[in-house]
Ligand binder design. Structure first.
Ligand code: IPE
Ligand code: IPE
Ligand code: MG
Length: 249
């Protein structure tokens, strides 16, 4: 299956931007009789392999949901373990990011992150800032409603200051106030673990994305699964409100 799906991918119709909801770490660990944190630790391998796969086939933007605003409500121990894991992983993986020419970015309410985490993150962002093969964006302390509310706040301020007129606000201008302003919208969203929901992820940007759900738990996700998802994406007809006949004429 591995080689098959990669071979069926049309390099001329790749999604530019793939977004992933990395879900199922806890259940994967539980199945093995381990603690949830064991699942998170094993999720790192999946991240590494997926990033490598994205670079290998030429996906320019990969955005991973790593920690949601709602995840702050998890048990304290799990939250601190996740934050520690983030710090240790970032420093360990910098070399691989450099080797693969991957630029790291982060979106979300980063001010909520523990200081050490924030600092570690900014260091890797700075170090990888000139890489041009792919952009890896971590959604951290992120929720789409938070992001959209922030955008509304900034727009209101700009209007009060007189630097924009309310009537100038259109979809294009609004997008410029989102944290994804420099990225195309994801053509493809993947969620692992069999759950079929968006969980407050990229609500604006996913308006016309193809959604792909796989029962695989995140710690078992590998580049072959990414390739399979992209191959499935390429079989879809994206109509954007038009008819099939219009598209094919
Ligand atoms: C995804 O796995 C990782 C994070 C949300 C941080 P979960 O921890 O949600 O695992 P499940 O969904 O409970 O199995
Ligand atoms: C979504 O997963 C957030 C991340 C993957 C970081 P959750 O496991 O938190 O989502 P719900 O609560 O099941 O919707
Ligand atoms: Mg989950």
């Amino acid at each position: 299956m591995t080689i098959d799906s990669k071979d069926t991918i049309d390099p001329l119709r790749l999604p530019q931007h793939v977004a992933i909801i990395m879900d199922g770490n806890g259940r994967w660990a539980k199945e093995k009789g381990k603690l949830r944190v064991f699942g998170h630790k094993n999720g790192v391998k999946a991240v590494r392999d997926t990033v490598e796969g994205a670079v290998e086939i030429g996906v320019k933007y990969l955005t991973l949901y790593a920690f949601s605003t709602e995840n702050w409500n998890r048990p304290k121990l799990e939250v601190s373990a996740l934050m520690e894991l983030l710090v240790s992983t970032l420093s360990k993986e910098t070399k691989t990011l450099m080797k693969n020419g991957v630029r790291l970015q982060a979106i979300g309410d980063l001010a909520q992150l523990p200081g050490r985490c924030y600092k570690g993150l900014q260091e890797v962002i700075a170090q990888t800032g000139n890489n041009t093969n792919s952009t890896l964006t971590l959604a951290l302390s992120y929720s789409a409603r938070w992001e959209i509310t922030e955008a509304a706040k900034q727009l209101a301020k700009a209007a009060l200051e007189g630097s924009i007129q309310p009537d100038e606000i259109d979809e294009k201008l609004f997008s410029q106030y989102l944290s994804t302003r420099d990225m195309p919208d994801p053509e493809l969203l993947i969620r692992t673990s069999g759950e079929q929901r968006i969980s407050n992820y990229l609500l604006w940007q996913l308006a016309y994305s193809e959604l792909y759900f796989t029962p695989k738990m995140w710690p078992e996700f590998r580049k072959a699964d990414l390739f399979e998802a992209i191959a499935a994406y390429q079989k879809r007809e994206r109509r954007f409100g038009m008819t099939s006949e219009q598209l094919n004429s």
